[in-house]
Ligand binder design. Structure first.
Ligand code: NAP
Length: 340
């Protein structure tokens, strides 16, 4: 059995409980991954608060993870046991339900196509902070058809997605000039991400900005107001649903290990950096506190979870035999409920 956070009803963060779930067996093309770190995303909160897409209770939340491959099913070609990997595990079936439980657990089985090799220079915590946010950030540029040499206005430069949009604009997409908004305490932080100019939205309104931009990338769903800074024919990307201005195009993410793999050179050279919210990383046991912080809407970069209960790597006799997994460590055998 493994320990996992779960909920059995929609509601505030207090519906989250710790319990035991079976360790899944990897099937064809699947890896069994033991987590070292995970990250929270606003979708984990929204999905817990109301039925955003069909889910069967109990739900184990969490999309982002970094960990170690501890077993693999038949047909796996890219990874071996012991490999350090990271990824966003959101994978929906034909009914629109996620195929597996989330990453606030100790283990998960996931299609090998969804994960990538963790760059050696990144810690597990840094790697776990990236997948969903960076996949979202990239998609916005692709949807907009952004071209090198154009300038960009980023609304929400300090958030999980915004921190990556700024870095991608500067170091991957060749933006000529990057402007981003944030509040007073985060102005220096956003400048250090590579923004050429930072607008403190507590002091300057969009209407007070004279320049117009080739691309408006709004990460906070404020397009109904921010659209005024976009040139007349400029693409406007909104990553929140529904977009709040008729000109705004909703952009979502493509979940794949391949798009993470393409970022490897930028991560290895430090051109693209993980930004972990300074109140964390939070311990696995402090997941509710981590959600509390994310839900303030003030996170700086990513809210990351570390200190997963079992930090040992189980050994396996054959590539797809998980019967040799050790029993839960002694401290896990407590009064907490067993879910299945
Ligand atoms: N479409 C998709 O596939 C997709 C994927 C990921 C996320 N999303 C959505 O995108 C949104 C952002 O996600 P996230 O992970 O970046 O969230 P996040 O990390 O929670 O964003 C927090 C940041 O938002 C900033 N912020 C809040 N109000 C602001 C304002 N008026 N102007 C400028 N910045 C402001 C805050 O900075 P200050 O403290 O300085 O205000 C804070 O740093 C969420 O609604 C999320 O659900 C969509």
């Amino acid at each position: 059995m493994q320990k996992a956070w779960f909920y059995e009803e929609y509601g505030p963060k207090e519906v989250l409980k710790l319990g035991y779930f079976p360790i899944p067996t990897p099937q064809h093309n699947q890896l069994l991954i033991q987590f070292r770190a995970a990250a929270l995303n606003p979708i984990d909160c929204k999905r817990r608060q109301r039925p955003i897409f069909p889910s069967d209770f109990p739900v184990v939340p969490g999309c982002d993870m970094a960990g170690i491959v501890v077993a693999k099913g038949s047909g796996v070609t890219k990874f071996n046991i012991g490999d350090e990997v990271y990824g966003n595990i959101q994978d929906f079936n034909a009914e629109g339900k996620l195929k597996q439980l989330g990453t606030l657990a100790e283990f998960i089985v996931v299609e090998e196509s969804l994960v990538a090799t963790k760059p050696n220079n990144l810690s597990f915590e840094e790697a776990a902070s990236l997948p969903l946010a960076v996949q979202t950030a990239i998609e916005g540029f692709e949807t907009a058809g952004f071209k090198a040499g154009q300038n960009i206005f980023v609304v929400g430069g300090a958030g999980g997605v915004g921190t990556l949009v700024i870095q991608l604009a500067k170091h991957l997409y060749g933006a000529s000039y990057v402007v981003a908004t944030t509040s007073t305490p985060k102005v220096e932080f956003v400048k250090n991400l590579g923004a050429d100019k930072v607008i403190d939205y507590t002091k300057t309104t969009y209407e007070e900005i004279d320049e117009k931009y080739d691309f408006l990338y709004d990460t906070i769903g404020d397009c109904k107001n921010s659209f005024v800074v976009a040139k007349e024919d400029a693409p406007i990307i909104d990553i929140t649903w529904p977009p709040s201005h008729p000109r705004a195009v909703y952009s979502s993410l493509t979940v794949s290990g391949e798009n993470l793999e393409k970022l490897r050179p930028y991560l290895e050279t430090g051109k693209l950096k993980s930004e972990i919210d300074p109140t964390g990383p939070y311990k696995f046991t402090d997941v509710i506190e981590a959600f509390r912080h994310l839900e303030t809407g003030r996170a700086r970069g990513k809210v990351v979870i570390t200190g997963f209960p079992s930090q040992h790597i189980p050994s396996f006799k054959s590539s797809d035999n998980i019967n040799s997994l050790p029993p839960p460590p002694h401290e896990m055998v407590s009064q907490e409920m067993s879910v299945y």
